[in-house]
Design a protein around this ligand. Structure first.
Ligand code: PXG
Length: 470
């Protein structure tokens, strides 16, 4: 154990006390946390993490949607060590560059498939998804200014989207709880309803019909604002933090038709969905649409070190480069050599182990089949998965699909049972979601489904005891 990680010297209680005294966590009620004490995660291997009490947990969330190659990869540590000893940092502002950043940009340009007249030859680097989406706002505005259409300012996004936590990221996102704090969204960002069929489909409406109707909300919004004022539409291929909301297959083609019709830019926020998660290097390939800008972060390094960025499609890159002169935007760590070296080593593992192919091939099929079996549980209203993301809805009554009330906090009850029984699964309202490492073996898929079923059984027993079942 090194100095930064010494549970032997500091007991769990002491770490929790210091945590409460000094560490402000993201999205956390600190009063509440102080009463229960944070769980201290101390080590990891493969698809498992351990806490300071020695409890082993199956990490079905890949850290936070990012550890796609699994924990304990020596090659990534070695890449970081070697790069730190060679050149730990140099900036890329003043007409300088570094080899790992150049190699990574080249590699990403190779991996991003061309679609129709769109190709991706350029990458802008940041250190996170949030920063990348701020960069998107800056680039989109610069693009339209350079084209002599400065009135194109409005970016349309969706309710319940997550695009990060900076001013622009939180504004682009559609989380009402975030907007309620700090006067968000910032001007010129507006939202349409999400394509959540289970919740918003009309009685008798097919998923396909709903997909077209939901995409139509974009056209309605564009017409309401005036097409000449709309700069871009931003969306996650599948909403992650919003609860793994998988749009009907008709949704994306109709979105494409609409953005093409009005000539507005399309931003695909693939912070969760890229790098094999849906069985492809980039998710737009899976759904067959043509974005102009693609946000990435998280799994580009499998979360081993912070790195994010934007794949800049030729339509935008050409204008910025040929007409733009200096673009007054960038971060100290844009193209950080250590982060880029780790990303290269990570992508090498993904290629060598064919992780995207695994996810869209037989292993992915097995995962989908086993996950769908959870649909027979009395508490489960529906299951859905795509690649290695999956979600299910907890319901009071399987036949009528009656939902629990928000006060019941049934998702949190289920999450508690998961944690106490060796499983990390995320709760978003009454949806339970997972995004496991892409390395899962068949045996680990079986283990995971067993752990989920056990948590569902325990949750069922508890809500039954509470008299909540309809
Ligand atoms: N876009 C998307 C689609 C994301 O999922 C971000 C942007 C922001 O990335 P950074 O690196 O700035 O955090 C994200 C991040 C959750 C959860 O509760 C999800 C994210 C972050 C934190 C929590 O599921 N996604």
């Amino acid at each position: 154990m090194n100095a930064a990680n010494t549970p032997e010297e500091l007991g769990t209680k002491e770490i929790q006390a210091l945590d409460s005294a000094h560490f402000m966590h993201p999205f956390t009620d600190h009063g509440d946390l102080a009463t229960r004490g944070a769980r201290v995660i101390t080590r990891s291997e493969g698809v498992y993490v351990w806490d300071s009490e020695g409890e082993k947990l199956f990490d079905a969330m890949s850290g936070l949607w990012c550890v796609n190659v699994g924990y304990g990869r020596k090659a990534l540590a070695q890449a970081a060590y070697d790069q730190m000893m060679t050149l730990p940092f140099y900036n890329s502002f003043f007409q300088t560059t570094n080899v790992p950043a150049v190699k990574l940009a080249t590699k990403l340009a190779q991996l991003a498939p061309n679609v129709g007249d769109r190709s991706f030859e350029h990458v802008f680097f940041s250190s996170s998804g949030s920063e990348s989406n701020d960069s998107n706002v800056r680039m989109v505005r610069r693009y339209w200014d350079l084209l002599g259409q400065p009135q194109r300012k409005v970016i349309i996004s969706r309710q319940n989207a997550y695009h990060g936590s900076t001013m622009a990221g939180a504004s682009l996102g559609g989380m009402s709880g975030m907007h309620a704090q700090g006067d968000l969204p910032i001007p010129n960002i507006t939202h349409i309803e999400q394509p959540y069929f289970y919740e918003n489909g009309l009685p008798g409406e097919s998923a396909d019909a709903f997909g077209v109707r939901a995409a139509g909300w974009l056209e309605e919004k564009i017409l309401q604002i005036g097409a000449e004022k709309v700069a871009a539409f931003i969306a996650e291929p599948i909403q992650g933090a919003g609860g793994v909301i998988i749009p009907p297959t008709t949704y994306w083609p109709e979105i494409q038709r609409i953005v093409d019709k009005y000539g507005i830019l399309l931003i695909s926020d693939e912070v969760i969905c890229a790098f094999g998660r849906l069985g492809h290097w980039f998710a737009y390939e899976r759904f067959g649409y043509k974005p102009d800008l693609v946000t990435f972060a998280k799994a580009v390094t499998s979360g081993y070190i912070p790195l994010g960025g934007v794949m800049v499609g030729d339509r935008v890159a050409k204008v910025l480069i040929e007409k733009g002169g200096e673009f007054n935007h960038g971060y100290t760590y844009s193209g950080h050599p250590v982060a880029c070296a780790v990303a290269l080593a990570n992508l090498e593992i993904m290629e060598a182990e064919q992780l995207p192919q695994r996810v869209r091939g037989e292993v992915g099929d097995y995962f989908a089949r086993r996950y769908a079996e959870l649909g027979d549980h009395p508490l489960v209203g529906m299951t859905e998965s795509c690649g290695f993301v999956a979600g299910l809805v907890l319901v009071k009554n399987k036949q009528t699909k009656e939902r629990f009330s928000a006060e019941d906090a049934v998702g949190m009850i289920c999450r508690g049972h998961c944690f106490r029984n060796g499983l990390i699964m995320r709760a978003v309202g009454d949806r339970m979601i997972i995004a496991p490492p892409l390395t899962l073996t068949h045996a680990q898929i079986d283990e995971l489904m067993g752990l989920i079923r056990q948590a569902l059984d325990l949750t069922y027993a508890e809500v039954k005891k509470n008299g909540w079942l309809a």
